[in-house]
Design a protein around this ligand. Sequence first.
Ligand code: DAT
Ligand code: MG
Length: 151
Amino acid sequence: CRVERTFTAIKPDAVNRGLIGEIITRFERKGYKLVGLKLVRPTQPLAETHYAELASKPFYPSLVQFLCSGPVVAMCWEGKDVVRTARKMLGATNPLESDPSTIRGAYAIDVGRNVVHSSDAVSTAEREIALWFRPEELVEWAPTSLQWIYE
Ligand code: DAT
Ligand code: MG
């Protein structure tokens, strides 16, 4: 498994519900490294581009409107196999199908209010990180804990 970066976003429902800390804590405790973090009020063009591959879906307009409806915490997380593992930490898209130990399974009920996003593939992550962050907003650093996380 390679060291990867993924794009993860805390959606407006979770921000309004005071779940920012809970969600960030799960990634921190797993051992992943935060390399980008900002609070964003997405514009409609940003939300449309982010979800462009779903443009033909009937729920696309409400999905875009929802993402623009309040602040989003945009994050970039780095670590071994982080793209696939973050998806497992999120759980299934529909929170009623998510294992209760996952973020969506623990904190959400409806699919249109599923609290968090994370890139579904390495190539998607590259596109989404470039969409949400300028290069200089991503921070290179070495946590002192790395030797206790990786063998
Ligand atoms: P994911 O967010 O797990 O990657 P996705 O990319 O298929 O799922 O869809 C993006 C978001 O769109 C998802 O988090 C919630 C919303 N969505 C997906 N399927 C939906 C549906 N059938 N009805 C309403 N919203 C849906
Ligand atoms: Mg997706």
